[in-house]
Ligand binder design. Structure first.
Ligand code: DC
Length: 229
């Protein structure tokens, strides 16, 4: 039987591994839609910080998630501040709460299942393990922590010449620990993923390699669809 949902690529991995850049490039090449799942956590983090809510105040965090403002706006809310390191770090702290992960999974599934494009690229931490374990193609993109911190440092330095490498490295290490060590929805790789280590690769090498991985699975998916399964 034909699948009800679009062809799904799950691209997971730690902060600074280049997932966003690769996912955007792949979405363009294949004409797929790109979903950045971190947005859910970043918008929630932004709203919580704005209201003075701490990572421990579960009831107040739940109030935000269930509010009409969040339900209606989280996927379209855009503000440069969302990209700030303090938001990313706070997002990784609140992402450990079970009720937040449950809401995230159901919101994310709804968004993807509504999608009419031929394919969707979903980028995050557990999109191929918890959100869509049956994704058609799963890629785990990573790199040495120093390489990731260096890339993040260069990116931040364009906006702020005073940024200090050590601070960037420490923030990234803290986020790695938060993302890997939480008891549910932790960043983890298993043998359903294809590992892509980008430590020694240029962006175009990474995009070309990822494109080959996706193309292979997409061809198989289309062939299966043609056979009417
Ligand atoms: O991908 P990002 O840097 O925008 O994500 C910010 C934080 O959100 C990340 O450190 C942890 C959390 N997150 C998550 O827990 N699960 C996801 N699928 C995506 C992001």
């Amino acid at each position: 039987m034909t699948k009800a949902r679009p062809f799904l690529v799950a691209m997971d991995g730690p902060a600074g591994g280049g997932k966003g850049t690769v996912a955007v490039a792949l979405a363009q090449r294949f004409g797929f839609v790109y979903f950045e799942s971190g947005t859910f956590f970043r918008v929630l983090a932004w709203r919580a910080l704005d209201l003075g809510v701490t990572a421990q105040e579960e009831a107040r965090l739940e109030e935000i998630i269930t509010s009409p403002w969040f339900r209606e706006k989280w996927h379209t809310f855009a503000r440069p501040a969302l990209r700030e390191e303090r938001i990313g770090l706070f997002a990784s702290e609140i992402a450990r709460h079970a009720f937040i992960r449950t809401a995230f999974i159901s919101f994310q599934r709804q968004e993807v299942l509504k999608e009419t494009a031929a394919g969707v690229i979903l980028e995050g931490r557990d999109t191929g393990s918890a959100v869509f374990p049956d994704a058609d193609c799963k890629i785990f993109l990573t790199a040495d922590p120093h390489v990731r911190a260096r890339r993040r440092f260069e990116e931040l330095r364009e906006k702020n010449p005073d940024v200090v490498y050590e601070t960037v490295f420490q923030d990234l290490s803290k986020r790695d620990a938060n993302d890997k060590e939480r008891s549910i929805g932790a960043l983890q790789i298993d043998n359903t993923y294809q590992l892509l280590d980008t430590s020694t690769l240029s962006i175009s090498e990474v995009v070309n390699t990822a494109e080959r991985l996706v193309q292979e699975r997409y061809n198989a998916y289309l062939a299966e669809k043609k056979r009417g399964r």
